[in-house]
Design a protein around this ligand. Structure first.
Ligand SMILES: Cc1ccn(O)c(=O)c1
Ligand SMILES: [Zn+2]
Length: 248
C-alpha cells in the first residue's frame, strides 16, 4: 500500500499513455476474458468538465461492474469520457506501433474492495481500472449517436444534461483481445493507480460524429470560445514495464 507521496508523479515510473509495441508485448495465458456487466439504468448525466465530455454513473452499489481479465476482484464503473484531436490524423492517447487513432474512449472503474470511494481509489495503488477503446474513422456508430445528439446541450464548460438509460457496452468492440499494463491517470493528479486494459480492435465512427466532438468548447459561456480539441496527453516513457497481451 503506497501513501500519496509514494504515488507522486515527479519522477514517475509508470506514467500513461504509452506507445504499445505489439512485438514487445508478452502473451500471458493466465489472463482471463474480461467480463463486463453494465446496468443501463445506472447512467446519470453527461457534463462538460472543461477537458472532455463525461458520462457519470451511479456507483453506490455493484450494479455496473467489470471483472476477470487481469483483475483480482470486481471494479465499479464511475464514468466514461473521450480524448480526440482537431483532425483525424491524431487524437488518441495510447498508440499501437506508433499508430495513432482519431480518438480514444476511456471507461473508468474503481476498486470497491480496497477503497470506499472513487476519490479515495485515485490514490490507491491499482485503485482504478481504465478500459481504453480506440475510435477509427469508418461507418456510422448508432450507439454513439445517442451520446452525440446530447453534446449540443453541454457545449460549454460546466454545463450538464440528464442522460439516462445508456449501456456503454455498445461502445465495446466484439473482439475480446486486449493489452494490459500498469500506468497512471493521464490528467492531474496523474497518480500511478491505474491498471490499463487497452482493447486491440477499434470501433468505427463516422466523420460527422467526430466533428460533433470537435464542436464542444473548453470555455465557459460568455468567455472567448476555444474549441475542445487535442485533449490528449503526450506519450510517456515505458521505463521498466512489460505490456501483456490476452491473445497470441
Ligand atoms: C480518472 C481519470 C481521469 C482522466 N482521464 O483521462 C482518465 O482516463 C481517467
Ligand atoms: Zn482519459
Amino acid at each position: 500500500k503506497k501513501n500519496n507521496s509514494e504515488l507522486s508523479v515527479s519522477g514517475g515510473t509508470r506514467q500513461s499513455p504509452i506507445n504499445i509495441q505489439w512485438r514487445d508485448s508478452v502473451y500471458d495465458p493466465h489472463l482471463k476474458p474480461l467480463k463486463i456487466h453494465y446496468d443501463p439504468t445506472t447512467c446519470l448525466y453527461i457534463w462538460n468538465n472543461g477537458y472532455s465530455f463525461q458520462v457519470e454513473f451511479d456507483d453506490s452499489a455493484d450494479k455496473s461492474v467489470i471483472m476477470g481479465g487481469p483483475l483480482e476482484n470486481h471494479y465499479r464503473l464511475k464514468q466514461f469520457h473521450f480524448h480526440w484531436g482537431a483532425i483525424n490524423e491524431w487524437g488518441s492517447e495510447h498508440m499501437v506501433d506508433s499508430k495513432v487513432y482519431p480518438a480514444e474512449l476511456h471507461l473508468v472503474h474503481w476498486n470497491p474492495v480496497t477503497s470506499t470511494s472513487f476519490e479515495e481509489a485515485i490514490m490507491e495503488n491499482n485503485g482504478l481500472v481504465v478500459i481504453g477503446v480506440f475510435l477509427k474513422l469508418g461507418a456510422h456508430h448508432a450507439g454513439l449517436q445517442k451520446l452525440v445528439d446530447a453534446l449540443p446541450a453541454v457545449k460549454h464548460k460546466d454545463t450538464i444534461v440528464e442522460f439516462d438509460v445508456f449501456d456503454p457496452s455498445c461502445l465495446m468492440p466484439s473482439c475480446p483481445d486486449y493489452w494490459t499494463y500498469d500506468g497512471s491517470l493521464t490528467t492531474p493528479p496523474l497518480t500511478e493507480s491505474v491498471t490499463w486494459i487497452i482493447k486491440k480492435t477499434p470501433i468505427e465512427v463516422d466523420q460527422n460524429q467526430l466533428e460533433e466532438f470537435r464542436m464542444l468548447l473548453f470555455t465557459s459561456a460568455g468567455e472567448e470560445e476555444k474549441r475542445m480539441v487535442d485533449n490528449f496527453r503526450p506519450l510517456q516513457p515505458l521505463m521498466n514495464r512489460t505490456v501483456r497481451s490476452s491473445f497470441r
